[in-house]
Design a protein around this ligand. Structure first.
Ligand SMILES: [Zn+2]
Length: 284
């Protein structure tokens, strides 16, 4: 990448002092409500199960208070997750603000937020069997909210017009079109930046480029979150498989991902998240 950029401008005399200024966390989340009822969930009733087939996506519904468990089955596999308000597709997961509030990767106790103007908890991560991974020496970590999703448009640009139809963007589009009974074109407009479940990613230290590496996920690993509002979700089993080599192709071995939705002892008494307190007058 550096060779695509022109020579840097001359540095000022106090460049070192400017670089030495310590950073300040933009959004300390200390005033947000404490997450409750964390830990691996136990179903108290029937479990709804769907399987996202390799290079395809599956959709699911969850009522507020229910737990959604995504499990690796058969082999290492990354999943691209989209979430919508089940009653209003325009309210959807906001990866950018989730990242700003909790960091580049999410784990147990973090909230998955919805977009403006709603900006309220859509879900709370309640259990993550890969929380042992932390941040590796490359700066990589698991379950990122920094990638967008593999998509056929970027692929076409980078492959001189190549056509590939099983990127996560397309898989999620087909899944939402079927789940909401809308056209592919309408569904595509609702597909948004994802939570990359099980994916191991970061930014290179020297060039700041988005990188991926083989996910540490093993069959049996799971990622659980509790719906804070009624949700429609879709999960794509990325064509990148464990995302250790390449995506947007049929080259890499891919495996299914299982999604389970169920009640827990906390479901019945759960209070859905309330509307954002901002009055929306915008100074007028
Ligand atoms: Zn993908």
């Amino acid at each position: 990448m550096p060779n695509r950029r022109p020579k840097a401008s001359p540095a000022p005399a106090d460049a070192a002092a400017r670089r030495a200024i310590p950073p300040v966390v933009c959004y300390p989340p200390d005033t947000l409500p404490e997450p409750t009822n964390l830990g691996p969930a136990t179903p108290t009733g029937p479990v709804t199960r769907v399987l996202a087939a390799p290079r395809d996506a599956a959709s699911f519904h969850a009522r507020a208070g229910q737990t959604i468990r995504i499990t690796s089955v058969e082999g290492p596999q990354v999943g691209d997750l989209n979430l919508w308000n089940a009653h209003d597709l325009t309210e959807r997961f906001f990866s950018g603000k989730t990242r700003a509030l909790h960091g580049t990767h999410v784990t147990t106790g973090d909230t998955l937020w919805s977009n403006l103007p709603d900006l309220r908890p859509m879900a709370t991560v309640t259990h993550d069997s890969l929380d042992w991974y932390g941040i590796d020496t490359f700066g990589g970590a698991v379950h990122d909210v920094i990638g967008t999703r593999c998509d056929p448009y970027t692929h076409a640009l980078l492959s001189e017009g190549g056509q590939y139809h099983h990127c996560c963007h397309s898989n999620l589009t087909r899944a939402l079109a079927d789940a909401a009974d809308i056209s592919l074109h309408e569904a595509e407009g609702h597909v948004h930046d994802v939570l990359n479940v099980f994916m191991c990613t970061g930014f290179t230290r020297d060039t700041g480029q988005y990188f991926m590496k083989a996910s540490p996920v093993r069959p049996g690993d799971c990622f659980e979150f509790r719906a804070e509002i009624d949700l429609l979700g879709a999960l794509s089993a990325c064509p990148g498989g464990d995302c250790g080599a390449e995506h947007s192709s049929d080259v890499t071995p891919c495996y299914p991902l299982q999604v389970e939705v169920f009640d827990t002892v906390h479901t019945a008494g759960h209070t859905p998240s309330s509307a954002n307190p901002y009055d929306r007058t915008h100074g007028r």
